[in-house]
Design a protein around this ligand. Structure first.
Ligand code: BDR
Ligand code: CA
Length: 305
């Protein structure tokens, strides 16, 4: 099994990513940390708890609340995409448990130091991770890799060049990309290709309770980047990558993050290798098998409660 920590801002696609990670026997989800992003951090924390509770895992998967705002840039949410609560479309009830007393940074530190090797899976902005690396740099040698949703080599979804997670906290993204830890960039280059089709969405509706829950959330998800072809499940692609790297085409690159100016939040790949002397800090996903993604998504949910 692959031991992972998810750092997340649910968020409808985050909720689907958590669902895939919690229910896969090949993944051992040790901790969930929440960060401000799609909505404020009290809401992303509550939403993470709702998913953990839905699957009856409050006792085994701790949820910790993290940063309420980016390192430097003012906070802007994405409630227009994910709804007021960040996870509209399903009634999870009012009793879904509490976050642990430790802060996200403290919980990340303690969980990482207890393992020889663990994978970080950030699906929100990278504020918690940047704070962790500043405060406890000793964690770095225990992190095998970071498989992060965010960034793009082919245009943005916030500005013409910037993707939301990186745009939300570009300073944190720069710290993460310069950390020296191997990073897999699961960005818009693939997430806008692996759209969940309307046909797949309709199949979820009557599949089981999990299918009903995901159908409810995804039907309330206003990410229209797929047009008529379907909806991007951005964050789910990180878990899909962990389980099926063969479904992706990747390119080793140096990724620089722009932290000011009109291109703020852009992830620039040193395609020519010239500026960074052919050194690389990331594996960028550039292509994906979209049909397989849909098949896998449905087959996974079919096995759930
Ligand atoms: C990213 O932005 C968020 O709204 C989604 O949850 C995803 O992590 C896509 O750009
Ligand atoms: Ca997210």
């Amino acid at each position: 099994t692959t031991k992972i920590i998810m750092d997340t801002d649910p968020g409808i696609d985050d909720a689907a990513a958590l669902t895939m990670a919690i229910n896969n026997p090949e993944i051992d989800l040790k901790l969930v940390t929440a960060v401000a992003g799609n909505v404020k951090v009290d809401k992303t924390t509550a939403n993470a708890l709702k998913i953990v509770h839905f699957f009856g895992k409050n006792d085994t998967i701790p949820v910790a609340a993290g940063a309420a705002e980016p390192l430097i840039k003012p906070f802007e949410d994405a409630a227009r995409i994910h709804g007021e609560s960040g996870m509209e479309g399903y009634d999870f009830g009012d009793d879904y448990g509490q976050p642990i007393a430790k802060s996200a940074v403290q919980a990340l530190r303690d969980t990482i130091m207890a393992e020889d090797e663990i994978t970080l899976v950030p699906t929100g902005s990278y504020t918690n991770i940047a704070l962790l690396f500043k405060e406890y740099p000793e964690v770095k040698s225990h992190i095998k890799q970071i498989v992060a949703m965010g960034g793009s080599l082919s245009g943005g979804n916030m500005t013409s060049v910037a993707e939301f997670n990186v745009f939300t906290d570009p300073d944190a993204a720069r710290i993460m990309y310069n950390s020296g830890i191997p990073i897999v960039m699961v960005g818009l280059d693939v997430t806008l290709k692996a759209l969940l089709t309307d046909d797949s969405l309709n199949q979820l509706k009557d599949m089981n309770e999990t299918g009903k829950m995901l159908y409810g959330l995804i039907s309330h998800y206003n990410d229209v980047s797929g047009g008529a072809k379907g909806r991007p499940m951005h964050d789910v692609n990180t878990i899909f990558y962990l389980l099926h790297p063969e479904a992706f085409t990747t390119k080793n690159l140096w990724i620089d993050v722009q932290t000011s100016g009109p291109a703020i939040g852009a992830t620039v790949g040193d395609i020519r290798g010239a500026y960074h002397d052919s050194k690389t800090n990331a594996k960028a996903c550039v292509d994906i098998d979209a049909d397989f993604f849909n098949q896998w998504f449905l087959a996974q949910v079919a096995k759930m409660k």
